[in-house]
Design a protein around this ligand. Structure first.
Ligand SMILES: *[C@@H]1O[C@H](CO)[C@@H](O)[C@H](O)[C@H]1NC(C)=O
Length: 344
């Protein structure tokens, strides 16, 4: 990280200021995660899952409320393909009127992590408690063993399962399943977009009340200004890791202009019922230009879209509650859910 800082200073005229100083707790976690990531992703496009498991701490679901009052349970969605979701429900004191449901798809370059990964489990607990929502975190199939559209199919399958079966009774909270929010971060933001695009109402009983894309993973063959100027400056995502992920996820031989990645193509179709969106962008995320273009496309297609900028934020900042921006983000998400849940 020291090297990144001095490089940023040298390139100040092109790159702007160095990334903000991060608390040491964040730096250590980033170091561990990105380190495990780089060791596990092989040049031949496969993942060494055994090695990655050492950097990927796991948390079990627990029926006993945690310090925040949140309980969790792993629910099987489709045993034949190993599809399950971790359901987080808030303390009973929040459960006056039916709670909104958030279907959450996690990040990890399409290839890594799961709802049981400790930082993601922790983030879903916070969302559950602070947003006053039931959170359903999807264990979608990972690349490169499962390429696109497997992850999109899994997200849709979870929505179908919710609309057919509902949530287990023993959660002890009442939910409003006619209104659902999709939330996804990074690669999970890409998945959330494609799930929303495939979900049609009224042939399905669940209506999507909104979609929140946290630094979604979109791209294309072009190298954008931010990708070029933040290379070697921004932590977490860079062009090398990003290109690896697209090669692992997109159909074999596809270019980054494939519609799964290149959602900013003006000719792309959006269904009538595509929900109101919130797009969250960080000033030290090399993917930011794609995300702003995406928000622009939604707007030109007449969709409700709120672009929320965090000029100082690195990619994945929301995973670290010690960062003020992460706390501010949860407040904004809460406001978005409040104002959009009664739209339908
Ligand atoms: C959704 O919420 C945002 C943020 O509160 C708001 O700006 C937007 O207008 C809402 N969209 C609709 C369609 O109500």
């Amino acid at each position: 990280m020291e090297a990144n800082m001095s490089q940023a200073t040298a390139d100040a005229e092109i790159a702007g200021p160095a990334p903000p100083a991060l608390p040491w707790t964040v730096r250590i976690q980033l170091f561990m995660l990105v380190g495990a990531y780089d060791i596990a992703l092989r040049a031949d496009g496969t993942v060494n899952r055994f090695i990655f498991s050492f950097g990927d701490r796991q948390t079990r679901a627990s029926a006993r409320p945690d310090a925040l009052g949140v309980r969790s349970a792993d629910v099987t969605v489709d045993a034949s393909r190993g599809l399950w979701a971790r359901v987080f429900s808030p303390a009973a004191d929040q459960a006056g009127s039916p709670l909104p449901v958030i279907v959450y798809t996690h990040g990890g370059g399409f290839a890594l992590l799961s709802p049981a990964s400790t930082p993601l489990d922790g983030m879903c607990r916070r969302f559950c408690r602070e947003l006053g929502a039931v959170v359903v975190s999807v264990n979608y199939r990972l690349a490169p063993e499962h390429r696109c559209p497997a992850a999109y199919d899994d997200g849709v399958q979870v929505l179908r399962h919710l609309s057919a079966t509902g949530l287990p009774d023993d959660l002890g909270v009442s939910v409003d399943l006619s209104r659902c929010f999709l939330v996804g971060d990074s690669a999970g933001g890409n998945i959330a977009h494609h799930v929303a695009q495939r979900w049609t109402y009224p042939s399905n009983s669940i209506r999507l009340a909104g979609i929140i894309l946290l630094q979604p993973y979109f791209g294309g063959e072009e190298r954008t200004e931010a990708e070029l100027k933040l290379e070697g400056v921004a932590p977490v995502v860079n062009m090398q890791r990003s290109d690896w992920s697209w090669r692992a996820f997109l159909p074999e031989g596809a270019s980054r202009d494939h519609p799964a990645a290149h959602v900013t193509d003006e000719n792309a179709e959006l269904p009538e019922g595509f929900p109101p969106a919130m797009v969250v962008v960080g000033g030290f995320d090399s993917l930011q230009d794609w995300q702003r273009r995406y928000a622009g496309v939604l707007q030109r297609k007449g969709k409700s879209v709120q672009l929320l900028e965090f000029p100082e934020a690195i990619h994945a900042f929301y995973m670290f509650p010690e960062l003020p921006d992460a706390r501010k983000l949860v407040k904004e998400m809460k406001a978005f859910i409040q104002s959009n849940k009664s739209n339908l």
